[in-house]
Design a protein around this ligand. Sequence first.
Ligand code: HQG
Length: 184
Amino acid sequence: MKEINQSKEDVKLGRFLSLVLRHDPKAAGICLDEHGFADVEKLLDGVRRTGRHIDMDTLERIVYENNKQRYSFNEDHTKIRANQGHSIHVDVELKKATPPSYLYHGTATRFLSAIKQKGIQKMGRQYVHLSSDSQTAMDVGRRHGVPVVITVCAEAMTSDGIPFYLSENGVWLCDEVLPKYFSL
Ligand code: HQG
């Protein structure tokens, strides 16, 4: 993870960009294409119409300094998309990959009994999100309450033919994790 301290304004703008590029493009009055890309000019105009201040330099800085590398430009920087985390249906051209033996999912203790029954479900998002290190998973879990990390036996899932995808920014994604794959 990058150790750059973003300004408060950039963090706030970044949160709004995540909302627009992952969940609600209408919040900036724009549309995404089938691969999740927004036209950069339209995005900048749209964000400005909400009363926020942004220009191309600011956008470049937010993308570059983002601690989780959440966004990517296309080659000529005329389009931008979020690398993962969507709730709306877009195809961000994820690459299938073979995960390490174990992956980690951070959640809150209050979800544990449901998760132990039904497995880890994607809930509002397109995929279940897993990390290759337990500290990142712990930080994700903390966003929901008292955190707990579930260790997932990814190797066993792979042996059973369950596909994994690796996002551009290193997040492991899959459709669900059944309780039999929890490594307790
Ligand atoms: C839980 C962030 C009850 C699940 C992070 C989680 C991540 C269940 C919550 C990314 C359940 C969904 C995604 C079940 C799962 N019953 N609860 N059967 N199955 N849950 O926010 O994984 O920082 O949609 O454990 O880094 O927390 O925004 O998913 O607690 O990579 O870039 O339901 O979002 O990325 O919450 O986070 P979320 P998540 P960013």
